[in-house]
Design a protein around this ligand. Structure first.
Ligand code: FAD
Length: 563
């Protein structure tokens, strides 16, 4: 059997190695148009920032090592320019010799990835304007910084690559501004959680211009000028355009393969395209969302690797299926970690799912063991079925572990109340006897059993304007004086039983504390004393983060510039 693979990085290289492990006799050729195979896309920003020092670290394999280990024929600088499905050949352009030749196949795997979106900006092709996808892009950016010593940079786009680039440019001593079209960074998480990321970036000295649409970038003498909605120009020494990717579908389209959402290549569960001899994997393909079952495109390395293995299995006669993508992701934001899995509130609303949410702020490990850090964990679940829909977590320690446990729970189909039962590992330096994931389960169990009722940030404005409710803050006097939400009275939890007569029993009581724990205890005291009481989701720490964000937003024009 002769198998040709187009694209030699995450999907392509993985498929090739699996094919060899399953079929020692197959002829396997990888065509890769860049000069590198099996490189570490995900590490590229960290080479620019200097965290990864040696450029050799970025390339995990090379054609020689592939041949030595796997007897796989890897041809870099070879671009496949056409698939001829009826005769089962590909036309290949050898970029170095400028020659074109035909190569036949029995099975073909498309792993061409995605392309960065390149808007029609006037200076898009300038040597000061960059996108980041390949090793070559990385070297170009790194060399520009090394030789030109830029003082200012604008990153257009606040997704994963934009944020990683902003951090790494800052590490190089560059003054960085992120311009983002939406009102928040990192759209995979909800805006309440994103408020923590915003303050982190601002504290690290990165300027954020949110809700601002860039219209054009031009070269202005020695700098790049960025013009956006209601501002004239921001000048910068360099610009990174990171506004998303589109599936690379040129070959597939030309070959008449079926395309789906955003032009991604349609595949079945076996990763087979509309042509039975052609498989496709990675950023180029349409996938089923594991939670909503809707067709979508998720450009992440984990799915690409798994799909590649599945395609190889099926080519070799092993029945393997891809069940869909959950979109589990994690990103480092300076010393903070942000991770998520499944869907967020906007996606749940768009899918018409009736959901409930819990937000808690537990410690990463036992409070008495030095170094514990607060994390904010949010879990969404479907009201009727208790199906876990998604989770987001932000903090400094143990964030990825909690999201991975929740991602596993989602994949295994556990209901949200079962999170309380998970028997998770514990010793003081690592966790608490009741792990944050268990804690989320306890809260969910309490809600579903009617032991506690909740209210949310979005309810506050209406509640503050009502005279028929009591708003109660159960933190200490000192905490209350340092900052509190308008309209709340303060009765510290430890004196609540003695002072309970100060609260009007005829009015519902809405209770807040720092993290949601003391207010939960207060809610239980009041409920058992005949009060109608509600616990604030996320505590004052979440309130404060969102509130500060909104204050900042009110100090800028709609276009993101400061008033
Ligand atoms: P790719 O890995 O992009 O490989 C496609 C290859 O195909 C390319 O090398 C391309 O040159 C080649 N090719 C395309 N067309 C042709 C042709 N006609 N002929 C020959 N060769 C062709 N994901 C995560 O999960 N976590 C991360 O932290 C993360 N960080 C990232 C950071 C950066 C800077 C980037 C760019 C991506 C990151 N990703 C991350 C995404 C992840 O790298 C991709 O999802 C993954 O690489 C997709 O694999 P793929 O095989 O589909 O495409």
């Amino acid at each position: 059997m002769k198998i040709i693979i187009i694209g030699g990085v995450a999907g392509g290289a993985t498929a090739a190695a699996r094919l060899r492990r399953l079929n020692e006799g197959a002829e396997i050729i990888i065509f890769e148009r860049s000069g590198f195979v099996s490189y570490a896309n995900c590490g590229l920003p960290y080479y620019i920032g200097g965290e990864i020092i040696d450029k050799e670290e970025l390339t995990l394999q090379n054609p020689e090592s592939f041949w030595r280990r796997f007897k796989i024929d890897v041809r870099t600088y070879h671009e496949v320019i056409k698939i001829n499905p009826y005769v089962k050949t590909v036309s290949v352009y050898d970029i170095k010799s400028h020659k074109t030749f035909e190569e036949n196949y029995d099975k073909l795997i498309l792993a061409p990835g995605a392309n960065p979106v390149k808007p029609n900006f006037s200076a898009m092709n300038s040597d000061k304007v960059f996108t980041l996808r390949t090793v070559e892009d990385t070297f170009r950016i790194r060399e520009f910084i090394d030789y030109n010593n830029p003082k200012t940079a604008v990153v257009i786009g606040g997704g994963f690559i934009g944020l990683e680039m902003a951090e790494n440019l800052k590490k190089r001593g560059i003054d960085v501004t992120i311009i983002q079209k939406n009102n928040q960074l990192l759209n995979v998480i909800d805006s309440d959680m994103a408020s923590f990321i915003h303050s982190k970036f601002r504290n690290e000295g990165i300027k954020l211009l949110l809700g601002l649409n860039v219209n054009d970038i031009k070269i202005n003498e020695k700098q790049v000028s960025i013009s956006a909605d209601c501002i004239n120009y921001i000048n910068a020494d360099m610009v990174i355009v990171s506004i998303g990717v589109v599936p690379e579908n040129t070959l597939a389209k030309d070959a008449g393969l079926s395309l789906g959402i955003k032009g991604a290549i349609k595949v079945n569960e076996k990763m087979q395209t509309s042509d039975e001899n052609i498989y496709a994997v990675g950023d180029a393909v349409e996938v089923k969302h594991y939670i909503t079952n809707e067709k979508t495109v998720i450009a992440l390395a984990g799915p690409a690797n798994k799909q590649a293995r599945i395609a190889a299995d099926n080519i070799c006669g092993i029945n393997s299926k891809y069940n869909g993508s959950q979109g589990s992701s994690v990103i480092k934001v300076f010393d903070m970690t942000v991770a998520s899995t499944g869907i967020n509130e906007i996606q749940a609303k768009n899918a018409n799912i009736n959901y409930e949410k819990v937000i808690l702020s537990p410690l990463s490990h036992a409070a008495y063991y030095p170094g514990a850090k607060v994390m904010t964990l949010k879990v969404l679940y479907e009201k009727e079925t208790l199906k876990i829909l998604g989770a987001q977590c932000i903090g400094y320690k143990g964030v990825d572990k909690r999201i991975d446990v929740l991602a596993t729970a989602i994949y295994a189909g556990l209901t949200a109340d079962k999170l309380k039962d998970l028997d998770l590992s514990y010793a003081p330096p690592y966790s608490s006897a009741k792990d944050p994931v268990n804690m989320a389960g306890f809260i969910i169990d309490n809600i579903e059993k009617g032991i506690v009722k909740q209210f949310y940030y979005e309810d506050l404005l209406e509640l503050q304007n009502r005279s028929d409710v009591t708003l109660l803050d159960t933190r200490t006097e000192y905490e209350f004086i340092r900052g509190h939400c308008e309209g709340f009275i303060n009765i510290p939890l430890d004196s609540l039983r003695e002072r309970i007569s100060e609260i009007d029993k005829s009015k519902p009581v809405y209770i807040m504390c720092q993290s949601g724990l003391r207010s939960y205890l207060a809610t239980r005291i009041l409920m058992q004393n005949g009060f109608d009481s509600y616990n604030f989701v996320g505590g004052y720490s979440l309130y404060n983060s969102i509130h500060n964000e909104q204050l900042l937003a009110s100090n800028v024009f709609a276009c993101g510039m400061e008033k």
